[in-house]
Write a protein that binds this ligand. Structure first.
Ligand code: GLV
Length: 398
């Protein structure tokens, strides 16, 4: 049938019948590296009607979010906001704002996320990318960093606090001061650690920090907290060139988020729904208290690791001092097909156990106890699924 009498156009692509069926979403236990399950409080907030991106109520919620981010990062930085993107966007935003053509970045690599930062930084025109590497699962120390700073004289250093590909925590105390001593700025990825590991942005002199909303915070992915120190802010405002990507430009985003005591101006249309979710996720952690959240994750991690040891399973990160609280990588026992374990746990128990990533691909199983999932009840479900999965996933059965 013609679209309109006499029209030369017709609807030839039909309405998909798949969309005429009701939406069905199964409930799964999200105990991989993330996303983790949202709390009921966050889920309830997501059902609210939309508001406009410059409505007074939205702005009020954004202001509350800023305070919540300052709390979880332990910072007083005014340039603190959430970018409308998953953690990848925040990584891209931090690199794109802080680096300019002619500058050098030194990236610490001991897993997948360092490599991802190399990939992103290498796309920035005129930026020289150098790396300092340690074995996956082994952090670098201050002495190694200092040698590299002397050698490469970077303008910026990038580190990952929690390598979700291996389950390793990189200690950070002293690193900010060391980078500053050699005239650089320090960016730290805390996507998997904020709320599960002690972290002090100001006390540790870190210049740029970002995290994800979908891990410990337990909000949907799509808004990523980020904060810039005064030094970082000054650097952004004294750039010779504008930030190459409009969407990430902190001089504009900072205005939209009301960071500069200037009238707010339109930058993009933030998702009010995600604002509700992040606001409630931050409210939940503010109510629980950071220290209580760190200690809940530590206890859950300990119980999980004790259960793994009783089963003779080994953590990929050998030194327990550097094992993350909220994410554990387990070495695959000989003869076990990791992919089958994950599929089995999901199919029979709707429990997510994840395989490796980057250097651990095919070598480990990863279990995340993040946010509401850092609890004894969840650990019970994980072990039921894991034990059964391991029994039924030996390579010899194929
Ligand atoms: C994502 O964060 C992952 O580690 O797979």
């Amino acid at each position: 049938m013609a679209y309109k009498k006499g029209s030369k156009y017709e609807i030839t692509v039909k309405a998909p019948t798949q969309l005429l069926k009701p939406l069905t979403v199964p409930t799964k236990t999200l105990t991989g590296p993330g996303p983790s399950n949202c709390s009921n409080r966050v889920l309830k907030s997501l059902g609210n009607q939309l508001l406009g991106h410059l409505h007074a109520e939205t702005i009020q919620l954004m202001d509350e979010i800023k305070l919540g981010i300052q709390y979880i990062f332990q910072t007083r930085n005014r340039l603190t906001l959430a970018v409308s993107a998953s953690g990848h966007g925040a990584m891209e935003a931090s690199l794109g704002n802080i680096l300019e053509a002619g500058e050098t970045i030194l990236i610490v690599v001991n897993g997948f996320w360092g490599e991802r930062a190399i990939n992103m930084a290498s796309r920035l025109a005129g930026v020289t990318v150098r790396s300092i590497r340690s074995e996956p699962g082994i952090p670098i120390d201050l002495r190694q960093l200092e040698e590299s700073l002397k050698e490469h004289k970077p303008d910026v250093v990038f580190m990952v606090h929690g390598e979700s590909s291996t389950g390793m925590r990189q200690p950070l105390e002293g690193f900010g001061d060391m980078v500053h001593k050699y005239g650089g700025l320090l960016i730290v990825d805390t996507v998997v650690t904020i709320g599960s590991e002690p972290f002090f942005m100001d006390d540790w002199s870190i210049d740029v920090v970002y995290t994800g909303s979908q891990k410990v915070l337990g909000a949907p992915p799509g808004l990523s907290p980020i904060s810039f120190s005064l030094l970082a802010e000054r650097k952004i405002f004294s750039r010779k060139t504008t930030v190459p990507v409009f969407y990430w430009d902190m001089t504009l985003l900072g205005e939209y988020w009301g960071c500069f005591d200037k009238p707010r101006t339109y930058h993009h249309t933030i998702s009010a729904t995600l604002v509700y979710g992040l606001r409630e996720a931050l409210a939940r952690i503010a109510e629980e208290g950071l220290e209580a959240s760190w200690s809940r994750h530590k206890t859950a991690g300990k119980i999980l690791k004790r259960g793994l040891a009783l089963r003779g399973l080994q953590c990929f990160v050998k030194n327990s001092e550097y094992q993350l609280n909220g994410l554990v990588s387990i070495e695959l026992p000989p003869g076990v097909d990791g992919k089958l374990v994950c599929e089995y746990a999901m199919k029979k128990y709707k429990v997510e156990i994840s395989g490796g990533l980057g250097p651990t691909n095919g070598k480990v199983l990863r279990i995340g106890l993040l946010g509401v999932n850092a609890s004894g009840k969840r650990i019970g479900s994980i072990f039921r699924a894991l034990d059964d999965g391991l029994r039924n996933s030996s390579k010899s059965k194929l």
